[in-house]
Each structure stands twice: as C-alpha cells, then as structure tokens.
Design a protein around this ligand. Structure first.
Ligand code: UDX
Length: 444
C-alpha cells in the first residue's frame, strides 16, 4: 500500500519505518528541512533500540522516503497518517492547532478518496473536528479515523511490530477493510484489531495511559506507607502482582511517572472531564501524588544531610525518564538536579544516552561524567534516578574507591538489601527497609 506519514517525531518515525518494514511504500513528511535532509542521508534523529536497522534497510530498498513536499505525499498515498504533536496548553488542554492546520492543508490537496488516520493522542471529538475541516474545504470523500498509538519508548519497534492490540475508531466499512489489510501482518499471532467508533477509540488511549499512571501511583503510595509501617514494597508487589487480576507489570514504585505521555495525558483527560462537568477525583489525586513523589529522593537526602547542602557534591546516575531512551521530558532527574543545586550542592551526572539532551537544556549547571564510575569521584553520595541495566550490577570495589561516602539514595530499588548490608553502605531506597550500616560520614 502507499502510505504518507505527516510528522516525523517519535511516533511518526516509528510508524513510518515499521509500516515500510512489511512492504508498504511510505513517504514521511516534515516541515523541518534540515531534519528531512538528514533522514534522506540515512541519519536517524532519535535513539530507539532496533529502529536504526529497520530505518536504513527500508531507505536502501526505497520503501521509506522523506520529503518536505506535502502535496507530493498526499498525491501518492491512499492512507495518510497524522502523527503531529498535541502539546498541553497552559490549562492542560491538548493543543490541536498542528492537527487542524495539517488537516486544512491536506484537504486542499486531495483529489480522490483517502483515509486520514489520526495517530496522535487527541481529545474525544477530534476526528469529528478534522472531518469537518475536510467537509469545509473539499467535496472529495475522505474517512477521518482514529488509531491511537500504544508504543513505549525503548521498545517501540517491538510494540509496533507485535502489538497487544490495534485500536481503530471508524464506522466506515471502506476504512475498516483497508485498515484490516494494513495491520494484518502485525497481528498474525492472533492479537486483535479492535474496531469501535471514533470517540471511543480516542478515549481508549487516554483511559489506558491514565489507568497505568494510576497503577504506578497507587504503588508509590503503598511504598511510602511501607516505609512508615515497616513493610517491604518488593514483597508486597510480588504478593499482589501474582493475582492475575492485578498483574505483575507497572507495579514498580519509583520517583513518579514521567515521560512525554503519562503526565500530559492524565492532565488532558482530567481537563476534558472538567470541561464536561465531571469531577474525575482519582485523576486529580494521581496528579498530586505524582508531584509529591518527585521529591521523595531529595527529601531523603535532606533528612540525612540537613537542609543546607552548601559544599556537598552528589553523583547522579540516570537522567533519561526511563532506560533505553534519551528522552528527558518530565524526567525525575531534572527535579533532583534543580533541588540539589538550589540547596547549594554540586552535581556530576552520568546517563548512557540522556546527557546530550540535558546539556542542551541546562548546559553546565552540572558536570557530565565519562562513565558511571567517573561520576562518583569525590561524591558525598550517589543518587540513582533511572534503572539502566548498566547500573544494576556495578563493580562495588570501584564504587567504594571513588565515593567519599558509602551512601546511596536509590530511587529505583536496584540493589538487594542483604548485599548492601554486607557491603556496609547507608542505602536508602523506596518503600524498603533503610540500611544504616556504620558508614564513613566524614562529610555529613
Ligand atoms: C507510555 C505507555 O506505556 C505507552 O503505551 C503510550 O503509548 C505512551 O506512554 P512511555 O512513556 O514510553 O509509554 O513509558 P512507560 O514505559 O510506559 O513508562 C512511563 C513512566 O512510568 C516512566 O516514567 C516509568 O519510569 C514509570 N513507571 C513505569 C514506573 O514508575 N513504574 C512502573 O512499574 C512502570
């Protein structure tokens, strides 16, 4: 099939590349000329495991091309995917100007039937709004449908190639037939393509992300309670997760959910409820608990060192909002850096992929280490903000040599408590027993 993908951000690029991988001809459109030129030359603009191989293969086999020429893409394609940003406005409402703008441009270019697929996360009713833009500008028949994206950063290729489900919102028989054909290769294991109306499909995306954010937040509160009552959140997690109705995944407590989706989508759903005079109380609680959860690690540091961190130096492992990505949007590490610095401390950080983006954002407010051990040199404590695999089994001898104090504040519960007792650390993690060995606390 001939496909156009408008917008080569994270979702657009993964969608375009993965659609090309099953033999479709995909033309990706972006207004950013430099970015398009780079992609034409095989330079991939994002870090996503496995995507580069597919990207290069499909470019070399001419199934994946890039252009700034919207008219060319619209002319060629039967199906046009819109993967455009919907940033939150000041009040949390999703801003639809990119989508409605692109719809207007496309509507002036269509000369035969097309399916316009909305991949972006958009409020309920957006498909109707986009359909109205077409109705106002052209008499050519188009079906505007909703097809939310559920991919996770870091495993996006796998999520696209083997989705748990594909959700498609449309009442058009013609669109249902073509979309079934398009997604057939991706659901061969028997996972469903779930068809529904546009409005239900739009809400499904918000409901999925908000439910997962609620699940994480609930566990963060259980973890906080564990610390107060002397329970171990790891045990509680295993205990409840083995109930299939609850499930093992997304029960890991930490520093609050971050990233480009959960914070934005929970906020947008709450806003949308408000606009419809519905008081969505759980979501309000989720947002406020998540704000508080961002501070738990720094709170622990302040409890240990006191409120003035003047002259203290901290090592920070992890900057990306989660492992296997360079994405730092709504990353807990950014909050940690700001708080430590505002209290007078200095910070040296290491992250396998996220340092470039942080440097672009905050420059030399912190120093950037060559590797994880380099970050520890002369540090009064280590703080862990992202659970990269490389941090899970470090060389503890090397750590001890570099750190000034054997003190770790772990926001991701990476280490075994018995191990930290044996190694003689002060080890403060989330929702677990505090390990207070005899530690060298010369700088405390
Ligand atoms: C999410 C959804 O999973 C995906 O379906 C949707 O399309 C986009 O949003 P993503 O933002 O890539 O994907 O990250 P995800 O892996 O879901 O993690 C989101 C946040 O939750 C991260 O900050 C992560 O650290 C946190 N998290 C996740 C926890 O704190 N505990 C967990 O158990 C799981």
């Amino acid at each position: 099939m001939k496909i156009a993908v408008i917008g080569t951000g994270y979702v657009g690029l993964v969608t375009g590349t993965c659609l090309a991988e099953t033999g479709n001809n995909v033309i990706c459109v972006d207004i950013n000329k430099t970015k398009v030129e780079k992609m034409q030359n095989g330079i991939i603009p994002i870090y996503e495991p496995g995507l580069d191989t597919l990207f290069l293969r499909n470019i070399s086999q001419n199934r994946l091309t890039f252009t700034t020429d919207l008219a060319l893409a619209v002319k060629e394609a039967q199906i046009i995917f819109m993967a455009l940003p919907t940033p939150p406005g000041e009040d949390g409402t999703a801003d639809l100007s990119y989508i409605l703008g692109a719809a207007k441009d496309i509507s002036k270019l269509v000369s035969e039937y097309k399916i316009i697929v909305n991949k972006s996360t958009v409020p309920v009713g957006t498909a109707d709004k986009v359909q109205a833009v077409f109705a106002a500008n052209t008499s050519v028949e188009v079906d505007v449908i909703s097809n939310p994206e559920f991919l996770r950063e870091g495993v996006a290729v796998e999520d696209f190639m083997k989705p748990d489900r594909v959700v498609i919102g449309t009442k058009s028989e013609r669109a249902i037939k073509l979309m079934t054909e398009l997604y057939g290769p991706y659901v061969r294991q028997g996972n469903p393509i779930i068809f529904m109306d546009e409005r239900s499909s739009e809400l499904t995306k918000y409901a999925a992300n908000s439910f997962l954010a609620t699940k994480i937040t609930f566990m963060n509160e259980i973890a906080n309670l564990c610390e107060l009552v002397g329970s171990d959140v790891d045990a509680v997690r295993r205990g409840i997760g083995s109930d299939e109705r609850i499930g093992k995944r997304f029960l890991f407590p930490g520093l609050g959910y971050g990233g480009s989706c959960f914070p934005k989508d929970v906020q947008a759903l709450s806003k949308s409820a408000e606009e419809n005079s519905y008081d969505f109380q759980i979501l309000k609680a989720v947002m406020s608990v998540n704000e508080k959860q961002k501070t738990v690690l720094v709170d622990k540091v302040l409890k240990y060192y006191g409120n003035d961190l003047q002259g203290k130096h901290f090592a920070l492992w992890g900057l990306a909002f989660k492992p296997e990505t360079d994405d730092i949007r709504e990353a807990p590490a950014l909050y940690i850096i700001d708080s430590l610095i505002s209290k007078g401390a200095t910070v040296t950080a290491f992250d396998p992929e996220g340092m470039g983006n942080v440097k672009e954002l905050i420059g030399n407010k912190i120093t950037y280490a060559i590797d994880q051990y380099d970050a520890l040199k002369g540090a009064d404590a280590l703080l862990i903000a992202t659970e990269w695999s490389v941090f899970r089994n470090p060389d503890f001898d090397q750590m001890e040599e570099s750190l000034s104090n054997k003190v770790i504040f772990d926001g991701r519960n990476l280490y075994d408590l018995q191990k930290m007792i044996d190694l003689g650390y002060y080890y403060n993690s989330i929702g677990r027993t505090l390990i207070e060995n005899e530690v060298f606390i010369g700088n405390r």
